[in-house]
Design a protein around this ligand. Sequence first.
Ligand code: HEC
Ligand code: HEC
Ligand code: HEC
Ligand code: HEC
Ligand code: HEC
Ligand code: HEC
Ligand code: HEC
Ligand code: HEC
Length: 323
Amino acid sequence: MDCHSDSEDSLELGDGTEVSVSISEEHWKKNVHAGEIGCTDCHTAISDYPHPDVEAKDLRDYQINRAETCKRCHYAHFTRVADSIHYKQFEEGNRNAPTCVDCHGAHDIAVPGEPRMAVDERCAQCHAEISDAYRRSVHGKALLESNNPDVPVCTDCHGSHQIKDPRNADFHAASYQICAKCHSDADRMERYGLNPDVVDTYLDDFHGASNALYAEGLGRPDKKLATCTSCHGIHDIPSFKEADKSVVRARVLKTCRECHEEVPDGFQDAWLSHYPPTLSEAPLVWLVKWFYRVVIPLIMLGLVLHILMHLWRFRFRRPGGHR
Ligand code: HEC
Ligand code: HEC
Ligand code: HEC
Ligand code: HEC
Ligand code: HEC
Ligand code: HEC
Ligand code: HEC
Ligand code: HEC
């Protein structure tokens, strides 16, 4: 630090770029490694002065090489990253895929995931458009405005180290389970006056039911499955609280038409908006449901009784000798 804090020197890389060698003492002292490890634990080639030449084509090359040192001490995290879409991209030659240092920093590493807003800021460096959409959503607004700990940041839905490719049919089909973590948690939902039955009602109706069958390996309809994000959006999920009913109805019909082309106005009412059928809301569905709930057990009971009575008659009522 005697040489590096506020230094005016710079080092020259292969492509001629000059990089300042100044390290902020203030950041270094606050960083998680301060007092735990020293400079040469990461800059392993440096033991003397003058230092050996730096071998790097350009700045990105230098960063990638140095980030390799994290794996020596944090091997478990490295193996998780090695499973991710980011690392796959990296191995395919995409130098913009993030290394440990892009998400954590080098000399200013803070306690990871705190504050939660910092996660969004890190991802936003490279996924700016998605981050903008997220900040407009009901989730992002709650985080920005009140640092709300109940809403998801990027890593709650994607994970941090083992990020999988979300652009395939399997991820799409299983994605309702991400939402279910919070939206079927009755305590969490009560704080916002939200219905905690949205996941159960989804799984009960045709879209959720075929999705669940698919998850059990029973084949997939040839159309794209409807999950939470098909109707609500992914990163730009709006709240329904402010919107008036007619706007919501029009928006819902538009969504239905993405998969059910050319259905007439009013088709959206084929779906029960997350509410279980009741006598006042959807009397016909309610009546049919109860009709079957009563009639089917009665028929089964009748059948069993019928068989038992037959057996009883064979055993006790037939005069002896008959077979
Ligand atoms: C946890 C590992 C780690 C430790 C500890 C560490 N560095 Fe670094 N250092 C890096 C990485 C990674 C880079 C690559 C550049 C980047 O991404 O900022 C780097 C870059 C540098 C550079 C090049 C200029 C720059 O900022 O990019 C200098 C100079 C440097 N470190 C000096 C030091 C000094 C002095 C210390 C001790 C006070 C130190 N480093 C401690 C990981 C570390
Ligand atoms: C020489 C071993 C060593 C190297 C190299 C190293 N670390 Fe660490 N790291 C540690 C130790 C020791 C701690 C503090 C103990 C702990 O909390 O696990 C730590 C803590 C951390 C933490 C905080 C963990 C927590 O739970 O709060 C992060 C994040 C981290 N290191 C990232 C990195 C990154 C990124 C690099 C590469 C630029 C790196 N480390 C290189 C040894 C190392
Ligand atoms: C895409 C961004 C990203 C990359 C790449 C990344 N991390 Fe992390 N890391 C995070 C976030 C976010 C957290 C906060 C905890 C969480 O959400 O899981 C974290 C947490 C950690 C922790 C604290 C312990 C824990 O698991 O909570 C350590 C140590 C760590 N990372 C080391 C590394 C190392 C070493 C690498 C490279 C092999 C790496 N990380 C790559 C984003 C990243
Ligand atoms: C240093 C830049 C960088 C950072 C930081 C970064 N990513 Fe990425 N990410 C990429 C690149 C590059 C790809 C590959 C894009 C492609 O397929 O064209 C990618 C791909 C992805 C994908 C797969 C889908 C896709 O478009 O390929 C997801 C999901 C993802 N990142 C999430 C995150 C999350 C969550 C964070 C923060 C914890 C994060 N990323 C941080 C650069 C970054
Ligand atoms: C509420 C959960 C949730 C949050 C929060 C979230 N995502 Fe996503 N993300 C998803 C789902 C689900 C998909 C896949 C949607 C589908 O089924 O097609 C996805 C898709 C993606 C994709 C690939 C598709 C595309 O549009 O390129 C990237 C990249 C991505 N997310 C990055 C991020 C980043 C960065 C953040 C934080 C700013 C973030 N996500 C926050 C759930 C989330
Ligand atoms: C980490 C927990 C968490 C996850 C994961 C999560 N949410 Fe949320 N969601 C919330 C909380 C908390 C609110 C209430 C925020 C508020 O009103 O300020 C909310 C609000 C909503 C709303 C707005 C309700 C209204 O009308 O006001 C919708 C719609 C929504 N989430 C859908 C989803 C979908 C779809 C997913 C999955 C892709 C998802 N959420 C994942 C916690 C979560
Ligand atoms: C077929 C389209 C569709 C699907 C699939 C869907 N939703 Fe909804 N959701 C809606 C509509 C439309 C509303 C507004 C209903 C109303 O209040 O009339 C709504 C309302 C909500 C609300 C606000 C409830 C309240 O109390 O006001 C939440 C939270 C929510 N959905 C989450 C989810 C989650 C989580 C999933 C997946 C398990 C999901 N939705 C699946 C269309 C859908
Ligand atoms: C992402 C695509 C998608 C969206 C959006 C969608 N559906 Fe579906 N829907 C399907 C698929 C696929 C099936 C067939 C499921 C099956 O075969 O079990 C289906 C089946 C149905 C059925 C059962 C009758 C039939 O044709 O099989 C009704 C009714 C229905 N959807 C209504 C709606 C309504 C109302 C909306 C809008 C709120 C909507 N759907 C939005 C994909 C979608």
